[in-house]
Design a protein around this ligand. Structure first.
Ligand SMILES: Cc1ncc(COP(=O)(O)O)c(C=O)c1O
Length: 291
């Protein structure tokens, strides 16, 4: 039985209960984060906490994130995941329970804090050998997807479309631009340059995206942050996604057409290896810092 964290206490999952008046349940009024742990060591926890603070501030949810990173580490330990090659922690903060109104409650409300940890593994080798594929789907989300809210129905519908089409993710398209995946940022490689959508209200500024930008810089791979038109996709040398769950994930086919030679390209490969080296360095540093 897994142990979860709810409102200040670690409890068995079966005992974790929230109010039917919780505004997350009724209105999707909340934010979340998902962070990766590698053998119990979190990747970029400070950046996840900074993004969480930004999301909370955007929704005017009054909650101090101080100490929450420690809670997440303890959750990993309590669930026996300290030695797991990879695990994920999900953290959700909603505005709390209050009579249902469209406006924010006028009386102070205690936010609801919920977190769980789970082991996570990379897809099997045959999935890599076959290559990851995508379809394009209209971006039906709202105009503030830079805030990491729990309002994920349009992402879920697009992902479902992808799975029903027998592929691995959907590329969300708005005004002719390939914006991002359903739960990952999207990149193309054109003439040796790695291209990804600039930060704006139209994408989530992924933590993995940020790390991969740094890795590209370290490796001397030129980067351009600009919109990628859908018509450009078939002419890309490579396409790939980045995200906490998928890390750096090549995309070798879009809407049934092969990209490049239909295999993982050299830039994607270099960035993926660079990302994994970054993870290894981070683990080493954490081990060295342990008394
Ligand atoms: C829409 C969307 N874009 C991008 C990402 C990737 O962000 P990160 O690298 O922080 O996981 C996510 C992650 O959940 C996402 O939901």
């Amino acid at each position: 039985m897994s142990t979860v964290y709810l409102n200040g206490a670690f409890v068995p999952k079966s005992e974790a209960k929230v109010s039917v008046e919780d505004r997350g349940f009724l209105l999707g009024d909340g934010v979340y984060e998902v962070a990766s742990f590698y053998e119990g060591v979190p990747l970029c926890m400070d950046r996840h906490m900074a993004r969480l603070e930004r999301s909370l501030a955007a929704l005017r949810i009054d909650f101090d994130v101080e100490g929450i990173d420690g809670v997440l580490r303890e959750l990993v330990s309590r669930n026996g995941l300290d030695t797991a090659e990879r695990s994920l922690v999900y953290l959700q903060i909603t505005r709390g329970a209050a009579p249902r109104t469209h406006y924010f409650p006028t009386e102070p409300v205690e936010p609801t804090i919920y977190a769980y940890a789970a082991s996570w593994s990379r897809p099997p080798q045959d999935a890599w050998d076959r290559g990851f594929r995508a379809i394009t789907v209209p971006d039906r989300r709202w105009m503030r997807v830079d805030i990491k809210t729990i309002l994920l129905l349009p992402n879920g519908m697009a992902y479902q479309d992808a799975l029903e089409a027998g592929v691995d993710d959907a590329i969300l398209v708005r005004d002719g631009v390939a914006i991002e995946g359903t739960h990952q940022n999207f990149w193309g490689v054109f003439d040796g340059r790695a291209v990804t959508h600039p930060e704006s209200n139209l994408i989530l500024a992924g933590i993995t995206r940020g790390v991969v930008l740094e890795v590209a810089d370290e490796l001397g791979i030129p980067v351009e942050q600009r919109a990628i038109q859908v018509e450009e996709l078939q002419h890309a040398d490579e396409l790939f996604f980045t995200g906490t769950t998928g890390e750096v994930r090549p995309c070798v086919e879009v809407d049934g057409s092969k990209i490049g030679n239909g295999r993982t390209g050299p830039v994607t490969h270099a960035l993926s290896e660079g990302f994994l080296r970054r993870v290894a360095r981070m683990k080493e540093a954490a081990t060295a810092a342990t008394p």
